[in-house]
Design a protein around this ligand. Sequence first.
Ligand code: ISE
Length: 335
Amino acid sequence: MALKIGVVGTGTMGRYHLQRLATSVSNAQVVAVSDVDVEQAKRVADAAGGARVQPDGHDLIGDDDVDAVIVASPGFTHEEYTLACIAAGKPVMCEKPLALETDACLRVLEAEAALPERLVQVGFMRRYDDGYRAMKASLDAGQVGRPLLVHCAHRNPTPPPSFTSDMMLTDSVVHEIDVTRWLLGQEVTAATVLVPRRSSLAAENLQDPQLVLLETDGGVLVDVEIFVTCQYGYDIRCELVGESGTVALPDQVGVRVRREGRSFTQVPADFRSRFAAAYHAELQEWVDGVLRGEITGPSAWDGYATTAVAERCVEALATGRRVPVELAKRPALYG
Ligand code: ISE
């Protein structure tokens, strides 16, 4: 039996998920969509095989035919729609961030923590990437010994026009915050952000690149280079240094081209092509889990912790200081 899904938000990410649900994810059927741009929602619904268009996200969540919800509307609406799903008792996969501010994440966390079982999953798709999964398996199997350091680079060719220096932390580095917490099974306790000279190719108000240093409660240091105007492609790197070895993400190898005296491979163009397989696995495992009655992906606690750390990074960037991170008590629901 297929899971009947409603998608709130038919912008870039909503359409990206919808297309995958309609073509390659099994046991899933999109039955309703909504968007503030109702005309766009209608076009997308037709293309997705005739899903119903609901006037807004609340109507969609209240639709009796919708079993589970994907929230892919702008970040400032995530709290409201995720809370509505919790109130309706419907499983929800909310795109990252869970909410823009820590306090809003806490409200979602508290609402869900009162339930006997999880309903919320947050869209941190890197945990579904084969490379990160192989790194975690290697670390957990003890192949490199106790972890000491993690070196990360997150490079985008160019940012959207409205991108800000703070968004480099809250929109981009959040992925490294989530994935390194998950790899290590540790929480971040402090953040420092250093800045080199600005790239002359960055917009005037953009401090690009930045170097983020995170400290964890297990004594590991994580450094993240975030560089959103690197020009040459989308390049994600991660190397974990343990006491007896290192483990790193593999290079993204496409076909090797040899021509005109040169031999080369392509760098992915953007995050959607780099993480296409991870996005697929994220949706398929979510659908399968919901049908089994289990939510196992990144939790509301993960959404809360990453937003809390990203907020402290923004403070560290503004002040130039090392900023401690204090998290709330972890509710029993999150283990
Ligand atoms: C974007 O919002 C994402 O989530 C991408 O994965 C990330 O690489 C990019 O920097 C963000 O702006």
